[in-house]
Write a new protein. Structure first.
Length: 202
């Protein structure tokens, strides 16, 4: 009886894995045809290149959604719909069908840190001389308040630091604003980056 049961389980697993292999092989072939038909193979030479690009979008989208939830004091939590790829959820998981972490996995891990710092600019794209508001907010799950140091930098296309903001802050449990500064963009062209770190002696 035991031998029969084990044989059934092995055969079932073999049939299931064979079905999944055939299904995903067909998907790979059709994705390749679609890239060629649309001309996107000029941007993404292989299906792998296309999938890695979609992972980047997936990770950024998930990160922004979780960040928005954590920065909203009226929301207590959230649920992950698809932890792994598979079945009809082909690309929505944080892990692929072989249980390898995708970029979205690391984005989710980052935004779920006990103390999370969120940076925002009032405008993503600026045309001509203008004012841009730079803000930093924090979400903390630490029960005990602690003192920390906030350091922010605005970096130009060549890596040059043009503005720095530093201040001592007190971090308490919950959501709180830490910084709000105005940046004049006169004479600034290209891609500029706002970065920050929050640190304390412990």
């Amino acid at each position: 009886m035991f031998f029969t049961l084990m044989l059934f389980i092995v055969l079932f697993a073999f049939v299931l894995l064979t079905f999944m292999l055939i299904k995903h092989s067909n998907m790979l072939e059709h994705f390749g045809r679609a890239l060629a038909f649309t001309g996107l193979n000029g941007i993404f030479p292989t299906v792998r290149d296309f999938c890695l690009a979609t992972q980047e979008i997936h990770a950024t989208g998930n990160k922004l959604m979780v960040e928005a939830i954590r920065m909203n004091p009226d929301v207590d939590g959230f649920g992950i719909h698809a932890y792994t790829d598979g079945d009809w959820i082909v690309g929505a998981g944080l892990l692929d069908i072989f249980r390898n972490p995708k970029k979205a996995y690391y984005a989710a891990a980052e935004t779920n840190q006990p103390v999370y710092l969120a940076l925002r600019t009032s405008k993503r794209n600026v045309y001509g001389p203008d004012e841009v508001e730079l803000t930093a907010n924090v979400a903390s799950e630490q029960a005990e308040p602690f003192d920390a140091r906030l350091e922010c930098e605005v970096t130009g296309p060549e890596g040059q630091v043009v503005r720095t903001f530093e201040r001592s802050v007190r971090i308490s449990q919950g959501v709180a604003p830490l910084m709000s500064e105005t940046l004049m963009t006169e004479g600034m062209t290209g891609l500029w980056t706002l970065s920050a770190r929050l640190w304390h002696d412990d």
